[in-house]
Design a protein around this ligand. Structure first.
Ligand SMILES: Nc1nc2c(ncn2[C@@H]2O[C@H](COP(=O)(O)OP(=O)(O)OP(=O)(O)O)[C@@H](O)[C@H]2O)c(=O)[nH]1
Ligand SMILES: [Mg+2]
Length: 362
């Protein structure tokens, strides 16, 4: 899972990045305005994996991974003439965009617009993303129209016409000021658009940094912001960053003192999974306990393929037990004794937290 962190200059992107990755990159009260990208890959915290590790005492434990890219501020007007190649590349290669929005007051941290207004800020950046898409779509439409005028063979013509009619639908949406992720698109539409770098098509996680403010006061802030494939989260940015940088013991005391139930990074990662329609399954044993990421609805043979293509190719059956059932049984031997392990075929739809043992033959 690859998530790009975007936001206006000085909106606390790096602070949130540090909170999510336990990083310690510099955060400054004045935006440098330089284009640089930090990336970090971190384990997806999962208490189920901790529990399985305790149960199996494996030589190795591997968590699922998420990569965050902290991108320098996208200032108003950045998309004029199209986003720069490297920037567009980084953004379009990500599975989702995480938009950090400033909602904290702090006279020590100047705001370009002179005031704190989360809705206005979101609109500024949404407009830039939309303009970037608009340029791409318009250019492509022009190209297709020129190609169609030239003629060519029947098959190529039909393909171009199909693409053109899809792009005209996108154009209409963008002209309504709506992000492309609001559209009802089929998987073949999406396939056609995959390499275009369309940014408003990406799932969007909006993280509102409320500073030291209260969650109760913040929840109403974005009640009017409704789009598909969009999730809104609230984070106390600086507190979470400090928390993420502490040794574990100290962090636990800090959490208790502030009455925080769950660190923000766990919550944000959890929301990213939901937003992207992802879930985890596990493989266990003395060698390794490991979490794997698959789309919700994936079948046993697809899960096997996430581990290795050989396992999918030579798939015979999967031995399956749900996480809760295994914990209840205490261990695998106990589960087996009680007949809790099921044998499932290729088409079995894997459930979140399933423990899989794939039998295969190649
Ligand atoms: N009061 C307060 N200040 C914060 C909070 N989070 C971040 N800041 C401050 O906001 C300023 C900007 O934070 P950064 O994380 O550097 O912002 P950025 O979006 O990465 O900035 P650029 O990359 O330069 O565009 C810094 O001075 C931070 O200390 C917060 O929760 N409360
Ligand atoms: Mg920064």
């Amino acid at each position: 899972m690859h998530i790009a962190i975007i936001g206006l200059p000085n909106s606390s992107k790096t602070t949130v990045f540090n909170a999510l990755t336990r990083g310690n990159h510099d955060t400054t009260a004045f935006s440098s305005g330089q284009f640089e990208i930090h990336t970090a890959t971190v384990d997806v915290p999962d208490s189920r994996v901790d529990r399985l590790e305790a149960m199996f005492q494996p030589r190795k434990t591997t968590f699922a991974k998420v990569t965050y890219a902290d991108i320098a501020g996208l200032a108003k007007g950045v998309s004029q003439g199209g986003l720069s190649g490297p920037l567009l590349n980084t953004l379009s290669q990500s599975d989702a965009l995480l938009h950090v929005v400033r909602a904290f007051e702090d006279p020590g941290v100047p705001h370009e617009e002179g005031s704190i207004d989360a809705v206005r800020d979101i609109n500024i950046l949404d407009t830039e993303l939309l303009l970037s898409d608009l340029i791409i779509v318009e250019r492509r439409i022009e190209r297709l129209q020129t190609a169609l005028k030239k003629g060519g063979d029947r098959q190529a013509k039909a393909a171009n016409e199909a693409e053109l009619s899809l792009l005209l639908r996108l154009l209409e949406t963008l002209n309504y000021d709506a992000p492309l992720r609001d559209m009802e698109l089929t998987s073949s539409d999406l396939k056609m658009l995959r390499n275009f770098g369309l940014l408003t098509l990406k799932p969007m996680l909006i993280v509102l940094n409320i500073g030291d403010g209260s969650f109760e006061n913040a929840t109403g802030l974005l009640s009017g912001y409704r789009h598909r494939h969009t999730t809104i989260a609230f984070l106390q940015g600086r507190i979470e960053m400090e928390l993420a940088q502490m040794p574990l013991q100290e962090a636990a005391e800090f959490l208790a003192a502030y009455g925080i139930e769950e660190p923000g990074l766990n919550r944000v990662i959890g929301l990213s999974y939901t937003l992207l329609g992802l879930q985890s399954f596990f493989t266990v044993g003395e060698d390794e306990v490991r979490a794997w990421t698959i789309p919700v609805g994936a079948t046993a043979v697809e899960a096997a393929g996430a581990i290795h293509s050989d396992l999918a190719r030579g798939f015979i059956r999967a031995e399956v037990i749900g996480y809760d059932a295994l914990v209840q049984a205490g261990n695998l031997a106990g589960a087996r004794q009680h007949g809790l392990l099921r044998l499932e075929g290729k088409e079995y739809v894997v459930q979140n937290g399933d423990i899989l043992n794939v039998r295969f033959n190649v």
